[in-house]
Design a protein around this ligand. Sequence first.
Ligand code: PLP
Length: 391
Amino acid sequence: MKLVNGLKMAKTTKIFLIDLKREYNFLKKEINQQINDCLCSQQWILGDKVEELEEAISKYLNLKYTVGVASGTDALTISLQALALKLKGKEFFDEADQIITTPFTFIATAEAILRAGAKIVFVDIEPDTFNIDPKKIKNAITKNTIGILPVHIFGLPSAMDEIKKIAKENGLFVVEDVAQAFGAKFKKRPVGSFGDVAAFSFFPTKNLGCYGDGGLVATDDFKVVESAKILRNHGQAKQYIADYIGYNSRLDSIQAAILLAKLKFVEKFNSLRKNVANKYNQALGAIKGITIPKQPKDCEHVYHLYTIKINKNLRDKLLNFLNRKGIQARVYYPVGLHKMKAFKCAKLTDELKITDEVTLSVISLPTHPFLEAEEIDYIIKTIESFFAKSR
Ligand SMILES: Cc1ncc(COP(=O)(O)O)c(C=O)c1O
């Protein structure tokens, strides 16, 4: 046994960012039953389970339609291309068409804009929410702007009132990237129900995740949902007749079945994440040198990741220290998308200084629903001991 500031932890301590084994042990009965249903029905692609899931999530979001697809990346791409079909009558935007998004996100957000044929316009983020800065969106609008793609990063809703107002004033569409924020609420309404279309990811580590890849498009727009269904299935308007260049992007029945089991627990799991975050907020908020995550008015954070900011000269030291102590902490994201070769073609409206600073100073801590109180204390004490030493 090792002693960290009076706390006993085994030498082999490993606290993961997300512990899917613990989650499975908790949900074993429901998940095994759902998988068994699939084995008995031998339905593997789309089918009853996918329809049941689509209905359940439409109800949860209070939206008319949802379309299960093969990943969050596909959900974004298909959302945009379905909008292209509606607005342009073809499945790709024109090269000059500009879509505004954040550079502080996972690659897929920007990738989808390029796949849909449009130009990426990166706008800087707010330093305390890490979400796109609505004030800077205004300055980035040109005659070629067609839409805005906000990301609810780490599970915190973007400023949807301001974003929607800007979109309305300028005749732009809004596609929400909800990959990290299933169940997060803005003014008590779940995110994903604000934009013209929303894209969800069910990657296993997400707040609602399956056992492989999966995603979902959500909308109230009948034209968009019709096009999304065609695009997810090889562009076939009728069987064996392709009208558009589509995808093989159908959600598997077994993934939908697993998601149906987990959906019932997503609110509970999100509230357990919030309890972990509250404990961190109290303890880490008292340490000079740590900026805890902001919880803006009207926003309900679901802490997909609990991300703190510290002095950039200490960041990698703390990261290594935590990892050595058996705590899996990580940097999301170490590089802004605007600095990546793949996105050199993007337009930058300014220097994106905040994103550059944030990429050097953030660390995400474990915040999953199955963390034990003793583990949370251990993480807190370990961080306290790091700052006590570095003073
Ligand atoms: C913000 C964001 N957008 C999009 C995606 C893409 O989702 P997927 O991995 O399911 O394709 C992810 C997931 O990693 C994400 O975090």
